[in-house]
Write a protein that binds this ligand. Structure first.
Ligand code: PRT
Ligand code: ZN
Length: 283
């Protein structure tokens, strides 16, 4: 049995549960108890506040966990990062009242900065050789300058709209974060094997997310030119169509190359191009 710590509610909860569901790990949330066994996979889920996840995994109370990289760094917990999961993306930035002229990091010398992430901020200030007062608050950091509690803030930014609403301007980005899968450093072989099976499923989901399955019809004499444009998982599948002189080509392409490739395929005479989402991709 492998125990995974996940956020009980909050910004990472839904994406975490969706990832487990897509990996066909069925965890019932209806009971809302602290610890829930999956119905069809040897894991149990421990629902916690995100702040508690790094230490819980480092101490071995949970074997693995899903938490923001920012939270892991802040808590300086001794756990291993196994995968970046891509969701929960954000950055940790310093921001000032928007009309305040910013000259560079030395602006912060002697100033007061409000944050919920004092460890990450302290390290950055030390690296810059700047002495500033850190005012630790656990929520609503963005209102600190408006109410005279601090000269600047250091907080999580995603779209940036919270800063705009509070008349703040982002001046330094100190770290980028996304949700990470972390593990205790001393897992036994049985737990490693369960983790490996889980990773196999997560990786299949992640590779599928960035790929598309493409089917198209092409004139037989253009098959070589068209397949040369298709960097598939291996080589594309080419099958003759009932109509003589025509073939059907099937392959998998990277989503970010999608528009560039489609245009070139059409130029080579491809027709009936069908692009399909892939649920899982095992390479
Ligand atoms: O109750 P618990 O302690 O578990 O949750 P929490 O309230 O501490 O954390 P939660 O659920 O708010 O966030 C969990 C994690 O989500 C964070 O540690 C980040 O890793 C990640 N994340 C991603 C974010 C954001 N995006 C985000 N935008 N966490 C917080 N925010 C907040 C931010 O604090 C600010 O107030 O959203 C606001 C900024 O958003 P924009 O879009 O206006 O810039
Ligand atoms: Zn928290």
């Amino acid at each position: 049995m492998l125990r995974i710590a996940v956020q009980s509610k909050g910004r990472l909860h839904d994406d975490t549960m969706a990832l487990l569901r897509e990996a066909d790990i069925k965890v019932s949330e209806s009971k809302r108890t602290l610890l829930v066994k999956a119905r069809n996979f040897p894991i149990e889920t421990l629902f916690l506040r995100d702040d508690d996840i790094p230490a819980t995994v480092a101490d071995g109370v949970a074997d693995i966990g899903i938490v923001g990289l920012n939270e892991l760094e802040e808590k300086e917990a001794d756990a291993e990062i196994i995968r970046h999961l891509g969701f929960g993306a954000c950055r940790l930035s310093l921001a000032l009242p928007k009309d305040e002229p910013y000259t560079g990091p030395e602006w912060f010398e002697g100033k007061t900065i409000a944050t919920s992430y004092p460890t990450i901020l302290r390290k950055w200030l030390n690296k810059q050789g700047i002495k500033a007062t850190i005012h630790v608050i656990s929520g609503s950091v963005e209102i600190s300058t408006g109410v005279g509690l601090a000269d600047a803030i250091f907080d999580i930014v995603s779209s940036g709209s919270t800063l705009v609403t509070n008349k703040l301007r982002e001046v330094e980005t100190i770290m980028h974060s996304d949700a990470v899968l972390i593990a205790n450093k001393l897992l036994d072989n049985e737990k490693r094997a369960i983790l490996d099976e889980m990773l196999f499923r997560f990786d299949a989901i992640q590779s599928a997310e960035t790929k598309k399955y493409v089917l198209l019809n092409a004139p037989a004499e253009k098959v070589d030119a068209i397949t040369a444009l298709l960097p598939g998982v291996k080589s594309p599948t080419v099958m003759p169509l009932a109509e003589s002189g025509w073939c059907s080509i099937h392959t998998v392409i990277d989503e970010d190359r999608f528009w560039e490739i489609i245009g070139k395929l059409k130029a080579e005479g491809a027709q009936g191009i069908l692009v399909i989402d892939i649920e899982k991709l095992i390479v």
